[in-house]
Design a protein around this ligand. Structure first.
Ligand SMILES: Cc1cc2nc3c(=O)[nH]c(=O)nc-3n(C[C@H](O)[C@H](O)[C@H](O)COP(=O)(O)OP(=O)(O)OC[C@H]3O[C@@H](n4cnc5c(N)ncnc54)[C@H](O)[C@@H]3O)c2cc1C
Length: 477
């Protein structure tokens, strides 16, 4: 159906609200918070699209999803075609529909945004992706005849998965090596079930297997096998490195070694990948903090995922310690709102100076200091400035450090001639994703530093395009 409303009438429809679990209920379970639009809400939301002649939303999407076209298909009721339209540019729509920071991307540039509220592009993306998944009718794309070329993908996060999906469609033999025992990178070990159910990733992996992608887990490239061995002994013609930025950063303050202090990566991996949230079915060792205080230090998505997980595991009081104000928090706005609704306390403009020992090597609390905001720093955000004499102590059973991560180092240290920058991220051309080593390409967080799912996917796609050209027109590379 074509949109029956003139543009002015469309602006009178309010943005539809995403149905969600009630905060009092969801703070006790790990099932998804957002419940998805129904057919009626999706049609109403699609009706709001002004079908701009030059849609800004497409420019706002790092992978250029054809937003206007897919929304028109939603309105026409052809949800499978809408999903297929998104898949032309984005192989993981059920993921990005849930976790993309749309407010800074497609919805941020939507013409409706300022006056009427952006069209819920993320909501609609999720709606059609879920429809397609639940219908069991995900159509396999056409696969080109075999080229006889072999490509190794190192790391199975969004960058690796996107590269693999594109390359297999071009007829190359694609083999993904993953260090962990499950495929998906941060999508499975970092982002919790209540934001991104793991079943979605598993189904996506099955879909890619059906396309012909081969997956191998428990292989640490650089230890089990090196890039040189893959290329010289195992006959791989090209390699894509998408190993992410999973190395935790610590604060370097006294007491960080105490039992009960975790990096966010370890804390979330124990919960998500080792199933600590399914106790007693899975008995993953964790400090028993039920009924006690848990603090997470940081203000990004990782920090919020960690503290909301702690709350669901029974923390008595769960709070965020963040050294700037809420306005500077890098987390998605929706996650901040959800966390606040669930009763997470935000102690902003505060940072720990020291973790306190109970005398037996276990965490007993933290000595913190209050901050004020000074001039903007290199990141453009206002710098936190310590307030003299404002120290205070808080009792804690668990503290989780979520102040950022850095490059996973193993591949760099075992691949001679692979250039890195001073922070040990791999240097790759921004357009081709080509590295200093012939036939080796890289993309995602291992090149940019911690960023977003969609940016990693975009890099994976650019690399796939270059690898295909490299394999099919070798003289030009
Ligand atoms: C807790 C958390 C929440 C987040 N929330 C959001 C969000 O809401 N929205 C958003 O857009 N972004 C979010 N991000 C960021 C986003 O997840 C990352 O930017 C994205 O996953 C990067 O993708 P990638 O493919 O480069 O790397 P990753 O997803 O990190 O995947 C890299 C993979 O490579 C594997 N690997 C590493 N070294 C080796 C090796 N030597 N051999 C074999 N395999 C190896 C790792 O085990 C991992 O599986 C979040 C990140 C975290 C940690």
């Amino acid at each position: 159906m074509a949109n029956p409303l003139p543009p002015k009438e469309r602006t009178k429809i309010s943005r539809q609200k995403m149905p969600e679990q009630e905060p009092e209920h969801r703070r006790q379970n790990f099932t998804e918070v957002n419940l998805g639009l129904n057919f009626h809400l999706a049609t109403q939301e699609a009706m709001r699209c002004l079908e701009c002649a030059h849609p800004k939303c497409i420019d706002g999407c790092p992978v250029g999803v054809k937003v206007k076209d897919f929304i028109a298909l939603v309105l026409a009721g052809d949800y499978l075609a809408a999903a297929a339209k998104i898949r032309e540019d984005n192989i993981l729509p059920a993921v990005t529909g849930r976790v993309c920071p749309q407010e800074d991307q497609c919805e941020g540039t939507c013409i409706m945004n300022k006056k009427f509220g952006a069209v819920g592009i993320g909501y609609l993306e999720r709606f059609v992706a879920d429809y397609e998944r639940e219908s069991g009718q995900i159509g396999l794309p056409a696969i080109a005849p075999p080229t006889g070329k072999k490509v190794a993908i190192v790391g199975s996060g969004p960058a690796g998965l996107s590269a693999a999906g594109d390359l297999v469609q071009k007829g190359h033999q694609v083999h993904v090596f993953e260090a962990l025992h499950e495929i998906g990178g941060v999508l499975v070990y970092g982002i919790p079930e209540f934001r991104l159910p793991k079943g979605i990733i598993r189904q996506q992996v099955d879909y890619m297997r059906a396309m012909g992608v081969e997956f191998e887990t428990n292989v640490v490239v650089g230890r089990t096998v090196t890039i040189d061995e893959l290329m010289e002994k195992e006959g791989y013609d090209a390699v894509f490195i998408g190993t992410g930025a999973g190395l935790p950063q610590f604060m370097g303050i006294p007491g960080e070694h105490l039992n009960g202090v975790y990096s966010a990566n370890e804390f979330l991996t124990r919960i998500n990948l080792m199933h600590a949230y399914e106790f007693p079915k899975y008995d993953e060792p964790m400090v028993d903090f039920r009924g006690k205080n848990v603090a997470v230090i940081g203000g990004g998505n990782t920090a919020l995922d960690a503290i909301r997980s702690a709350l669901r595991l029974g923390a008595g009081k769960a709070f965020i310690l963040y050294r700037r104000s809420e306005a500077e928090m890098p987390a998605r706005k929706e996650e901040v709102k959800h966390a606040q609704q669930e009763g997470i306390e935000f102690q902003v403009l505060a940072a720990p100076l020291e973790f306190l020992d109970d005398g037996k090597g276990w965490l007993a609390g933290a000595r913190c200091q209050k901050m004020a905001l000074g001039e903007p720093d290199a990141s453009g955000r206002r710098r936190p400035v310590p307030i003299e004499g404002s120290e205070y102590e808080i009792p804690l059973a668990v503290a989780v450090i979520a102040i950022g991560t850095s490059a996973n180092p193993i591949v760099q240290s075992t691949t001679p001639g692979l250039n890195t920058n001073k922070r040990n991220y791999i240097e790759a051309d921004a357009t081709t994703q080509r590295t200093s080593r012939k036939g080796v390409f890289a993309g995602g967080d291992i090149v940019t530093g911690s960023a977003t799912v969609i940016l990693a996917m975009g890099a994976g796609r650019r690399a796939a395009k270059s690898i295909h050209e490299y394999l099919t027109t070798p003289g030009t590379w």
